[in-house]
Design a protein around this ligand. Structure first.
Ligand code: FAD
Ligand code: NAI
Length: 461
């Protein structure tokens, strides 16, 4: 039970790290405390949420949009049990896939809680596993609000919100971040009245302001309502309906909002419980994240950390790329992650996608830039599909034309952002994207037009 590398945690960061290490010839093992591999993302995060977003979108389309295209269907009936089974089938398939990949790459697996007991030594429920290198990939957990108990039935985190067996009459969402808007969309489409309470005076902090404002208008048009600059301070769960006390963010008179279900989605915190980090002398920062250097190594030689448990965006693909990079570094290669080109996607309808800097960040940094914007109302494919909400915006350095950021609202925004991400990886300019031939008729022509608009010469506007 002695390895070149042992990874603790099998979420996207951990399992990808283990596979890359095995590819590079390192004798590798993983430790997982949960019943299944795949971590938050595969079990209670990315995968189940996308299954429900997909199914609920089709449910809504069938109910609203088919008739206009001449497709006569009777009013769709919701079989939530079957929709949940569809979701679970997708989860199971993905989880089994990770199991298969571990076997294929000859990665040993240990089920149990990993606790670092000394240099190169990990205890797994009483068994000792030895490792030249340890990678911590233990992920994150739900942020809780003081005084509000999550029972995962009526007061739920994302995990409970993914597993409801009944559509709530009224869903109150606390937090207008990614989880609140994705899962709020799911339940609104399936028939719930959805109200979102957000602490700040805007939705989606960190996203480009113009994008957030237009996206809020789109969500409101779809029927979601927002109470910004407000916080939930208590939830009375004694009666048949929940009674949430909502106050202005800065404090003041509270009002009561009733709801059948409250979704608490106010962020996630790094998860390091039971890992023995204190005893091992591994330093953490003031937000409970494992501190690492530029090579993902903690202050203790031979112990590394990646994914949600360290600084940076809490995204599956960010963790995966760190997993590859740290495995390559441990194997003596030049692993690297470009944090300036990590895309971020919200899988609502339409989708919201961004990469690189926002206008606010560029202004704050004093970087002179030119913005090119192209609306989907002027894109032929969007017009014919009647999906014209949204736009593509590209931000390029004023002097060099190098792309510094891009922001898209629109169907398939999550797929379209990749072309700009690739351009950014190659230090591409707006002119490079503008001169690249794009197939017609596609939504991606709006990306080309936005790149042309940086130089004020879009064709179709
Ligand atoms: P995790 O996936 O959290 O995995 C950590 C693993 O470590 C877990 O399996 C845990 O059981 C295990 N573990 C912890 N401690 C120990 C221990 N001591 N011993 C053994 N095992 C241990 N991101 C996206 O990029 N796209 C999305 O669409 C997306 N959707 C999301 C939707 C929801 C509802 C949520 C909650 C998150 C979503 N995320 C999404 C975020 C994404 O899930 C995380 O960024 C990602 O899972 C982080 O990967 P990780 O490997 O760092 O940690
Ligand atoms: P978040 O950080 O995206 O949003 C939390 C929101 O809650 C913020 O707008 C914040 O201002 C607000 N808030 C905080 N305290 C509050 C309070 N007391 N009252 C009201 N509002 C309050 O966190 P979220 O949505 O929980 O998601 C966690 C993480 O999971 C995300 O940051 C993201 O990294 C990841 N994720 C990614 C997805 C994707 O990539 N599509 C999907 C879902 C989650």
């Amino acid at each position: 039970m002695s390895y070149d590398l042992v990874v603790i945690g099998t979420g996207p960061a951990g399992y990808v790290c283990a596979i890359r290490a095995a590819q590079l010839g390192l004798k590798t093992a993983v430790i997982e405390k949960d019943k299944t591999f795949g971590g938050t993302c595969l079990n209670v995060g990315c995968i189940p949420s996308k299954a429900l977003l997909h199914a609920s979108h089709l449910f809504e389309e069938a109910g609203h949009d088919f008739a206009g295209m001449g497709i006569g269907v009777s009013k769709p009936k919701l079989d939530l049990k079957q929709m949940q089974a569809f979701k679970q089938e997708g989860v199971d398939g993905n989880v089994k896939g990770v199991d298969f990949l571990f076997k294929k790459n000859k990665i040993d697996t240990f089920k149990g809680t990993g606790k670092i007991t000394g240099p190169g030594k990990i205890d797994v429920d009483g068994k000792t596993v030895e490792a030249k290198h340890i990678v911590i990939a233990t992920g994150s957990d739900v942020t809780r609000l003081k005084g509000i108990e999550i029972d995962e039935k009526r007061v739920v985190s994302s995990t409970g919100a993914l597993a409801l067996d009944k559509v709530p009459g009224k869903l109150l969402v606390v937090g207008a971040g990614v989880i609140g808007l994705e899962l709020g969309s799911v339940w609104r489409r399936l028939g719930a009245e959805v109200q979102v309470v957000e602490f700040l005076d805007r939705i989606l902090p960190g996203m480009d302001g113009e994008v957030a404002r237009q996206f809020q208008r789109i969500l409101e048009k779809q029927g979601m309502s927002f109470k910004l600059g407000s916080k939930v301070t208590a939830i009375d769960n004694k009666g048949k309906t929940l009674k949430a006390s909502v106050e202005p963010a800065a404090g003041g008179k509270a009002e009561t909002i009733e709801a059948d279900v409250v979704l608490v989605a106010v962020g996630r915190v790094p998860y390091t419980q039971g890992l023995g980090l204190k005893e091992a002398g591994v330093e953490m920062d003031d937000r409970g994240r494992v501190k690492i250097d530029d090579h993902f190594q903690t202050n203790v030689k031979g112990i590394f950390a990646i994914g949600d448990v360290v600084r940076g965006a809490m995204l599956a693909h960010k963790g995966e790329d760190e997993g590859v990079a740290v495995a390559e570094l441990i194997a003596g290669k030049a692993g690297h992650v470009n944090y300036d080109a990590i895309p971020n996607v919200i899988y609502t309808y339409p989708e919201v996608a961004s990469v690189g800097k926002t206008e606010e960040e560029l202004k704050q940094a004093g970087i002179a830039y030119r913005a090119g914007k192209f609306p989907f109302t002027a894109n032929g494919r969007a017009k014919v599909n009647k999906t014209t909400d949204g736009f593509v915006k590209i931000l390029a350095d004023e002097k060099t034309d190098r792309i510094l950021g891009a922001h898209i609202i629109g169907p398939d925004a999550g797929t379209m952002i990749s072309e700009i991400t690739v351009a950014m990886e190659f230090s591409g300019s707006a002119e490079d994207v503008a001169r690249t031939c794009h197939p017609h008729p596609t939504l991606s022509e709006a990306v080309k037009e936005a790149a042309l608009a940086v130089d004020k010469r879009p064709i179709h506007m």
